[in-house]
Write a protein that binds this ligand. Structure first.
Ligand code: PMP
Length: 433
């Protein structure tokens, strides 16, 4: 693959400055380029499908702020909603109509969410959902899957995906063994392992938490019958099923993976798209479970900035637009992403490079492996050095992919025919075809 030619002098200087104040120069490890090498561009602005860095380079964006930007950056209705809300005050610490208005839109898309609570991140949503599941069932154990990431709460970092997998941190330092000992991490797509866990810990498992489609080990699809199997086993053993739809919610369809696969969870966690790019998460589900939360019930959960008026306004604007135009948006996302994912795959194969593409709707991963990827162990067969070379070559050609093999790429409605062509040309160059 050709050597990088882009000038990133200003970005490099800003990175050095950032490193003197922020560990690794970042506020979230997944933004670092350690796994792929090269300089991380510093973003000056973003619009539609593109990011511009401080050196004036333009990049076609393939991570969309890790998911929220489903309608592209600086989407005018969302910008306007935020501007209008900002003139009325940035935060109240008191109730306002926007909270129920956004909740109602969420519920229209997710009928399983009878009641919900807004938080400020996906981490908080998942952390709170498992506390609630433990409080409701009176049980201790949490069942999760290898390579799934549910935020950075202590109990959920066991064998996690995303940055934990990228940087090879098997269990984070600073999490006492006693805190993680009630987390069971099993291989994804293996129902027998789940049955076994219920048999080994009868009456002790509070919940199963799962990414219905995994994004955080790279994209991994559920095998036929897998999610139905989890639903049935949870019900049989009196555990709650929590679908973590932080990535998949409003992306795979308006009603997320649960609509696509017809699964009704007890609880759902949401983030990313629901906030239109502002810091929002949510967890919700069966009313009798949700009413276990304070102030009605004994499970405590709170947040100074929860239901923030700017964030609610952004979320309302984004969801309303998705709802109003769903018949156009989701088929377009499907067609664009399919063209990009299969087009690049064909180019890799033409260059004799083993590549497995996992895709569903507008999320996908190109795994640099010759074998199918159905769980984290399969994903880990990828040639991460080859991925890193590809990442650098694509960046140099103006396409910014997530900087890790263990992440999903996201396409927006702002990506169109020109962007497909641009990506294929970049890949041809990257594979030196
Ligand atoms: N769950 C899933 C499925 C996620 O992908 C993420 C973040 N990538 C989270 C939870 C945590 O969300 P946040 O980064 O907003 O805390």
């Amino acid at each position: 693959m050709p050597l990088p030619t882009r000038i990133l002098a200003r970005s490099r200087a800003l990175q050095q400055r950032a490193e003197s104040f922020l560990p690794g120069g970042v506020d979230s490890p997944v933004r670092a380029f350690r796994a792929v090498g090269g300089d991380p561009p510093f973003v000056e602005r973003a619009e539609g499908a593109f990011l511009w860095d401080v050196d004036g380079n333009r990049y076609l964006d393939f991570f969309g702020s890790w998911g929220p930007m489903i309608q592209g950056h600086a989407f005018p209705p969302v910008v306007e909603a935020i501007q209008n809300a900002a003139t009325r005050g940035a935060s109240f610490g008191a109730s306002h109509a926007g909270e129920a208005n956004l909740a109602e839109l969420v519920q229209r898309c997710f009928p399983s969410i009878e009641k919900l609570r807004f938080v400020s991140s996906g981490t908080e949503a998942c952390m709170s959902a498992i506390r609630l599941a433990r409080g409701f069932t009176g049980r201790k154990f949490v069942l999760k899957f290898e390579g799934c990431y549910h935020g950075h709460a202590d109990a959920l970092l066991v064998k996690a995906g995303s940055g934990v997998a990228t940087f090879g941190i098997p269990g984070s330092a600073g999490v006492p063994e006693e805190t993680a000992m009630h987390t069971l991490a099993l291989p994804y797509n293996d129902l027998a392992a789940v049955e076994q866990a219920f048999a080994t810990h009868p009456g002790q498992i509070a919940c199963i938490i799962v990414e219905p489609v995994v994004g955080n080990a790279g994209t991994i699809l559920p095998a036929t019958g897998y999610l139905e199997g989890l639903r049935a086993l949870a019900t049989e053993h009196g555990a709650l099923l929590i679908l973590d739809e932080v990535m998949t919610g409003f992306r795979l369809s308006l009603g997320g993976a649960q609509e696509l696969f017809s699964i009704r969870p007890d609880l759902t966690t949401l983030g990313k798209i629901v906030g239109g790019g502002l810091p929002v998460g949510a967890f919700g589900g069966r009313a009798e479970v949700m009413d276990f939360l304070a102030p009605l019930g004994p499970v405590y959960q709170a947040g100074t900035l929860s239901g923030n008026p700017l964030a609610m306004a952004a979320g309302i604007s984004q969801l309303q637009h998705l709802i109003d135009h769903a018949d156009v948006i989701y088929p377009k996302l499907e067609a664009t992403t399919k063209a990009i994912a299969t087009g690049v795959e064909a180019l890799a194969h033409a260059a004799g490079i083993p590549l497995t593409t996992n895709r569903i709707g507008s999320m996908f991963t190109w795994f640099f492996t010759g074998q199918p990827v159905n769980d984290f162990e399969d994903a880990a067969t990828s040639d991460t050095a080859a991925f890193a070379r590809f990442h650098r070559a694509m960046l140099d050609a103006g396409v910014w992919l997530p900087p890790s093999q263990y992440e999903a790429a996201f396409i927006s409605t702002a990506h169109g025919t020109d962007e497909i062509e641009f990506t294929l040309a970049a890949a041809r160059q990257a594979f030196s075809l």
